[in-house]
Design a protein. Structure first.
Length: 176
């Protein structure tokens, strides 16, 4: 029997991750947390407040890497719990389908999405949450906006790397 190492479990060392980012597109998930009413209509959209690598505070979606040998569903649940807390109670369908695929490029302007670290392909989902959300990990705050408020230019301007485009696509996808 072989010993399981940290990299076998889906984690790479910082050096290995940097090397992979230079050579391969990395798979991510983006999640737009929402609150819905009894009819399933989106009433609120949750946006995180994060400190960016550039030192600026920005609004953000729940996002993160899919680990080696990890199902998309598991990655979504892991990142939602990491960012929104263990009591968020996300409701994922049995077979989650993304509303969009976002291609983040290290070169600005190739697509609306930019990640200076890497070329990343992200599957984007709208995820209803029914529990108490408390930001955790590197999320400073979670603010709930009405769909109309979330579309305001001032809110969209607080988002980085094209996530405002993804937010607008999510709102259009759910019909609000």
């Amino acid at each position: 029997m072989t010993e399981v190492t940290q990299s076998d479990a889906g984690w790479l060392s910082r050096e290995d991750m940097d090397a992979a980012r230079e050579r391969l597109p990395i798979v991510y998930v983006d999640a737009v947390p929402v609150r819905v009413d009894e009819q399933g209509t989106v009433t609120e959209v949750g946006l995180l407040l994060r400190m960016g690598e550039d030192g600026q505070v920005k609004r953000a979606l729940v996002t993160g890497r899919v680990l080696y040998h990890e199902r998309i569903r598991s990655a979504l649940l892991r990142h939602l719990e990491k960012d929104l807390g263990p009591l968020a109670l996300p409701r994922l369908p049995a077979a989650p389908q993304p509303f969009a695929v976002a291609e983040y490029f290290p070169t600005p302007g190739v697509t609306p999405f930019h990640d200076p670290r890497q070329h990343a392909v992200s599957l984007a989902y709208v995820v209803p949450v029914g529990g108490d959300c408390a930001p955790s990990q590197d999320a400073l705050e979670l603010t709930w906006f009405s769909p109309k408020q979330a579309r305001q230019p001032t809110v969209l301007a607080e988002m980085a790397n094209g996530q405002s485009t993804l937010l607008l696509q999510a709102l259009a996808h759910v019909g609000v």
